[in-house]
Design a binder for this molecule. Structure first.
Ligand SMILES: [Zn+2]
Length: 93
């Protein structure tokens, strides 16, 4: 418990939080790991709620620029991979 009137930024794991004199906690600093986790969760929710009505033709999947690995069909709305073909399917994401 912080003494009344005490305000400070403290590090809780990877986040920096601020506790004001009323005891309210505010997130004052993010790091890239937390931003990525939130973004990945948002994408997962978006893809799991998509009905994948418009699917692409087969397109080349490159695990890095210029490094083809296999073919995929993706949902044109949410970007989720719907189908994969090729010996490296499922290996590169
Ligand atoms: Zn979709």
């Amino acid at each position: 418990m912080l003494p009344r009137g005490f305000t400070n930024n403290i590090r809780d794991g990877d986040a920096v939080i601020k506790i004001n004199d009323c005891g309210a906690i505010t997130l004052v600093e993010d790091n890239i790991k937390q931003v990525r986790e939130r973004h990945e969760e948002e994408i997962e929710d978006f893809q799991s709620n998509c009905s994948h009505e418009k699917i692409s033709d087969w397109i080349e999947y490159h695990w890095a620029p210029g490094h083809f690995s296999h073919y995929v069909k993706i949902c044109e709305r949410c970007g989720k991979t719907i189908e994969e073909e090729g010996i490296f399917k499922g290996i590169f994401k």
